[in-house]
Design a protein. Structure first.
Lengths: 293, 596
């Protein structure tokens, strides 16, 4: 699984050549960063300004093509697509942020705990983790939505729970690497407890792994949110959402294909951006990749 | 075959290697004649490995080499005047031509035998691949492989051909590498630190074997190393490099007995752990060149250092293990009022498992000894002898299977962490790897102050500044990060961290093994001073008997999880009782007789 090898404990840079390579962005990081920034700018702009009110319907002007007042045309209810795409960028970003927050809050402590007590309790924690990891996050989201009703919060919690086992596994392996280093031994020999080790040695040294995990988690969350909204289990109306725009457009796909093109492109750009960023950062943080390049 | 000084084999002409605008090797030139064995010596960063890689054409992508490296053909007729036309410039040769030469006329043995062999291929297959590549018509590959294996003294060559590299020891793997390199009778064998990763006794055997093989194949040898002792075992001529330049070259006897360049002199002094006659401090690069500049005196190497004074208080006898197995091991170095007292210590790794084989490893098998207050106690042994396990037990980072350890009269076995706080403050560790023992994400102040639990900010600052001065680091170091320091400086930081709580006992685990010889002398001097200043009891673990002899009063020799001999360092080294100790002492590569 690709997530598993996403990064490793970052070693200190050894050569000047390598250090300069780390400072300068790789093409992947630059491309990914640009796409992610685009989505971020869209979300921020939509907070203060959209071309039209994204929720205002206009029964006369339905399924219109692009025009000076409706840049990207209107949907089946006459809403301005450009405004909806802009406003719809907020929900995926929030879901991504929430998912990563939930996933990290659960996954990091579990991973570090499992690594520090590698025998006994830690082993059982990881087996439980494996079972959770085998459970599809989307299915969990559907179940939760069925029980608690569809909302952004249930989606975030479900997706975060889905992300946590992967995070825990990667954090555990990173922690084991840090713990085997002599500086960890030195800290233990200096009488420092496990909490100190975790905060001062483990976390700073696995931050590369965490950044990669966050960016991959974002991509997964955005895609999953779109899928949930498409199924009507994500953000409820009237808030704009790319996933629901896709669903709304599905019925008029034959007449007005542009109505699904724009939200579809938005989802693709966001997911691609975070994935590229994640891949690029993994290359930068993973010392093993240095050798092959 | 004797050295044939009429036929050049390789001539390096004005070789420069650069990384971008950085020049790493500055226009060096040297020659190797047929059948000659040349040692290329230098410390890390001297450009010796880059020179070697340029010759075989394996420089890293970011590096570029200029100049000429002429590889001369074997002249068909002994007196061929146009020998020059029979030469390739290896630097301008294309990949096709190079691959025809590599492994055939030019071959190489690398430092790390674990990574240089393909872990997924049987040893025999790897050997036959090399033969097939350059001699496709070879009929009986299997016989050839077995013959090669037996030529490098691999026991049971027929069986060995069918095992994988991980099933062999480091020394055996390095022999396989040697067999691969010699498979096609190369004209020139390049060896880059081939024995650095091996234990001394194994090193000795591999070196002898290499010298033999090169001799019988009539090959030339370019032997790259930082260890002058090793060079003196195998080479005829040496080239000394520093900062990408050749500082001295000449016949080994001459360079080692009458070195011309001050750097060579100090390198020789540092390698043999030579001490200043007056101060008894180790000669370092700086002190040697200061002598040079100040007094203009010719360098007078001292004879054996006078006996240490620290041993006067307690004069232990040499004791050694006589029994071969079983029975109760004696208590070594028994003293009345020990700081550390270890009794019948055993540690077995591996518990019975539900699945798979139950294969317990006995790392320690009944170790008993005392360490007296203020003593410098050395532990020597080769890899796998149990010394690292012993250290982990002494520092209560691991629990023994049976036995007891008392520090200052209180047991440290089976105690929960919070009852060991006193131990954590009174006992500190210095590790081998100056890279891995410092957290790359912490600055020097945070690293050094780590053991100070309840100290205020000002207290930490004060103590860190004080220690930086004591370990000889510039005051501006406090805010820097480990990667900004050299290996020797990092080891100083590690020592500062160990001393910050003013411990009573300092445990040094191969603390100077990863350092260059000249830096090693400086760090040993520093350690010497600090042990006196802090009145420490020192437990010094090393595989290097010379270093232990210099540093310690009492030495315990370990083998197979037991202490087999223990006594005053000089006595043990000069007249070892136990056969293993004798073997160990004999295996130390020494500068040749007459050399300082």
């Amino acid at each position: 699984m690709r997530k598993q090898d996403a990064g490793s404990v970052t070693a200190a840079p050894r050569t000047t050549a390598r250090r300069s390579r780390r400072r300068g962005g790789t093409p992947l990081v630059i491309a990914g960063g640009a796409l992610v920034s685009l989505v971020l700018v869209m979300a921020i702009v939509s907070l203060v300004w959209t071309p039209q009110d994204p929720t205002a319907t206009d029964a006369v002007n339905r399924l219109a093509g692009p025009s000076p007042s409706n840049w990207l045309g209107t949907d089946g209810l006459g809403r301005d697509i450009a405004s909806m795409v802009l406003a719809g960028s907020r929900v995926p970003l929030m879901v991504g942020l929430g998912t990563v927050a939930v996933g990290f809050t659960i996954g990091i402590p579990v991973g570090i705990f499992a690594a520090m007590t590698d025998r006994g309790a830690g082993m059982w924690v990881m087996r439980g983790n494996d079972i959770l990891q085998a459970f599809p996050a989307l299915l969990l989201a559907i179940v939760l939505a069925a029980v608690f009703g569809p909302s952004t919060l249930t989606a975030v919690i479900a997706l975060g729970l889905g992300l946590a086992p992967g995070v825990a596994r990667v954090v555990r392996s990173g922690t084991l690497q840090v713990l085997s280093r002599e500086y960890s031994l030195a800290a233990r020999a200096a009488g420092r407890g496990p909490l100190y080790l975790a905060v001062r040695h483990v976390l700073p040294n696995i931050r590369g792994i965490l950044i990669v995990q966050a960016s991959v988690g974002f991509a997964i969350a955005i895609l999953a949110e779109a899928a949930l909204s498409f199924l009507g289990l994500g953000t409820p109306p009237p808030a704009a959402s790319w996933g629901r725009m896709l669903q709304d457009g599905q019925s008029v796909l034959q007449i007005a294909p542009l109505t699904v093109l724009w939200p579809g492109m938005a989802v693709a750009i966001a997911v691609l951006g975070f994935n590229l960023l994640g891949d690029g950062l993994r290359d930068r943080f993973d010392p093993r990749m240095e050798v092959t390049r | 075959m004797t050295v044939d000084l009429t036929h050049k084999l390789l001539s390096v002409e004005n070789l420069t290697v650069s990384a971008g605008s950085d020049q790493l090797v500055h226009g060096i030139s040297f020659e190797i004649f047929r059948g000659e064995r040349v040692g290329l010596i230098g410390e890390s960063g001297s450009g010796k490995s880059l020179t070697c890689l340029s010759i075989i054409g394996l420089l890293d992508g970011g590096l570029s080499a200029e100049g000429r490296i002429m590889f001369h053909h074997i002249p068909q007729e002994p007196v061929s005047p146009e020998a020059e036309t029979h030469a390739h410039n290896l630097l301008s040769a294309d990949e096709n031509k190079l691959s025809g030469i590599r492994g055939n006329r030019l071959s190489m043995v690398f430092q790390e035998p674990m990574t240089a062999l393909n872990p997924l291929m049987k040893v025999g297959d790897q050997l036959s691949e090399v033969i097939r590549l350059h001699r496709p018509k070879t009929k009986d590959l299997k016989a050839e492989v077995v013959q090669l294996l037996s030529s490098v003294q691999i026991p049971n060559p027929v069986h060995t051909a069918t095992v994988y590299p991980h099933q062999m020891s480091g020394g055996q793997r390095q022999r396989i590498m040697l067999a691969m390199a010699m498979a096609n009778g190369p004209d020139l064998l390049l060896a880059d630190e081939p024995t650095t990763a091996l234990d001394v006794t194994v090193q000795k055997r591999v070196l002898n074997l290499m010298a033999e093989q090169v001799e019988s194949a009539g090959s030339s040898l370019l032997f790259i190393t930082h260890d002058l002792g090793v060079v003196s075992e195998v080479c005829d001529r040496v080239i000394i490099m520093r900062h990408g330049r050749i500082v001295e070259s000449g016949p080994m006897e001459r360079v080692f007995t009458a070195p011309e360049h001050p750097y060579t002199r100090s390198l020789l002094a540092a390698s043999s752990l030579e001490t200043h006659p007056g101060t008894q401090r180790l000669v370092t690069l700086e002190s040697a060149s200061a002598d040079e500049a100040g007094t203009q005196e010719s360098f007078e190497p001292t004879s054996a250092p006078p006996p240490r004074t620290a041993t006067e208080r307690h004069q232990p006898r040499v004791e050694h293990l006589t029994m071969t197995s079983g029975g109760e091991a004696p208590v070594f170095n028994r003293v009345d009022d020990p700081v550390i007292s270890v009794r019948d210590l055993t540690r077995t790794y591996g518990k019975p498992r539900l699945f798979g084989r139950n294969n317990p490893v006995q790392a320690l098998r009944g170790v008993s000894f005392d360490v007296a207050l203020g003593q410098r106690f050395g532990i020597v042994g080769e890899s796998g002898c149990g010394k690292s396990t012993l250290l982990r037990l002494l520092t209560a980072l691991d629990e023994p299977t049976t036995g007891s350890i008392e520090v200052s009269g209180s047991s440290i076995v089976g105690r929960p962490e919070r009852q060991l706080r006193w131990l954590r403050e009174s006992m500190q560790l210095v590790f081998q790897d100056p890279m891995g023992s410092l957290d790359p994400r912490m600055n020097v102040t945070e690293i050094i102050a780590e053991p100070m639990h309840r100290a205020s900010r000002a207290e930490r600052r004060f103590r860190v500044d004080e220690l930086l001065e004591q370990v000889g680091l510039p005051a501006g170091s406090a805010e820097k990060y480990p990667h900004e320091f050299s290996g020797g400086q990092r080891q100083r930081i590690a020592i500062a961290r160990a001393l910050v709580t003013r411990p009573k006992i300092l445990i040094a685990d191969e603390a100077v093994s990863a350092l260059d010889v000249s830096v090693r002398a400086q760090v040993l001097n520093l350690l010497d001073d600090l042990v006196d200043e802090y009145q420490l009891t020192l437990v010094f673990v090393s595989h290097d008997l010379n270093v232990v002899r210099h540093t310690c009063d009492v030495v315990a020799v370990m083998n197979g999880g037991r202490v087999i001999e223990c006594g005053p360092a000089d006595a043990v080294m000069e007249s070892p009782h136990h056969p293993y100790t004798a073997e160990l002492v004999a295996a130390i590569p020494r500068l040749r007789e007459g050399a300082s």
